[in-house]
Design a protein around this ligand. Structure first.
Ligand code: SAH
Length: 252
């Protein structure tokens, strides 16, 4: 059976530990800004978890209980397997659903986590829609593509306007948080190494096996070619954009 391009992209990505820029260090750094009462079970949602690099890191800190949500079931199966192997199954529940219609009750969560995923519904829509699920004093920790410079070459500007027109500078995203019932607790920008070591390098290392698995089909070659182009683009323009990590608390 021949796979669709989306299935191929999923197959290429599920082999790697992380499916977006980020790292264990970044997750832990963001978590430092979250000050919730100790010795208490926290209700956490990890939205757009994919195969759960960050979910595992959160669970390893003894945080419970985490409901990890993604639109695609193969990623959740992978996460279930990883949780089992790590002995963290009782802390992590996976649930297939859209971030646009989450299964959580009003004011039921202490912490909403989401790395590199909120763009699927848009940052502004996401922060507005998710606020109601947070308990009073609950936290939101999201990473989002962000301009790191106010002056940008036209090519990088045009590329991102086509991909995701909501990209903006951190100052603008922070203002959106402040205008929509959140208090900023922390912000930092993912390093160059978080993009390369944990995302692009492992992806590129998987190209050969991926092409072999799919018998060098035209579609598989296209997926590799597109990914190579994305990496080259990043290398050229990495000084102008990155992922910003925004940590905020629900204002009463
Ligand atoms: N948090 C992971 C994955 C980021 S990639 C990491 O940082 O490594 C974005 C994820 O969002 C993918 O797993 C994709 O399947 C998921 N996704 C896309 N649209 C979605 C939607 N509407 N609802 C929930 N998840 C979605």
């Amino acid at each position: 059976m021949s796979m669709t391009e989306l299935e191929l992209i999923i197959d290429l990505h599920r082999q790697t530990d992380r499916q977006g820029p980020g790292s264990k260090e970044d997750t832990l750094r963001a978590l430092e800004f979250v000050d919730l009462p100790a010795n208490q079970e926290w209700a956490i949602a990890d939205i757009g978890c994919e195969s759960g690099g960050q979910t595992i890191t959160l669970a390893e800190q003894g945080l419970a209980h985490i409901t990890a949500v993604d639109l695609f079931d193969p990623f959740l199966q992978e996460l279930n397997e990883r949780s089992r192997v790590a002995g963290l199954s009782n802390q992590i529940t996976t649930q297939q659903c859209s971030m646009e219609s989450l299964p959580f009750g009003q004011e039921s969560l202490n912490l909403i986590w989401s790395e590199g995923a909120i763009y699927n519904m848009g940052f502004l829509e996401g922060i507005k829609a998710w606020r109601k699920y947070l308990k009073e004093g609950g936290y939101l920790a999201v990473s989002e593509i962000t301009w790191t410079s106010a002056i940008r070459p036209q090519e990088v500007e045009d590329f991102w306007m086509g991909e995701y027109a909501e990209i903006s500078q951190a100052s603008h995203k922070i203002a959106q948080l402040e205008q929509n019932g959140y208090l900023l607790e922390g912000y930092f920008c993912l390093s160059f190494n978080s993009w390369l070591d944990n995302y692009y390098t492992p992806l590129a290392n998987g190209f050969t096996a991926f092409l072999e698995r799919h018998e060098h089909s035209e579609r598989a070659q296209k997926v590799v070619h597109d990914t190579e182009a994305e990496i080259a683009f990043y290398m050229k323009y990495k000084d102008y954009y990155s992922y910003g990590f925004y940590i905020a608390r629900k204002a009463s």
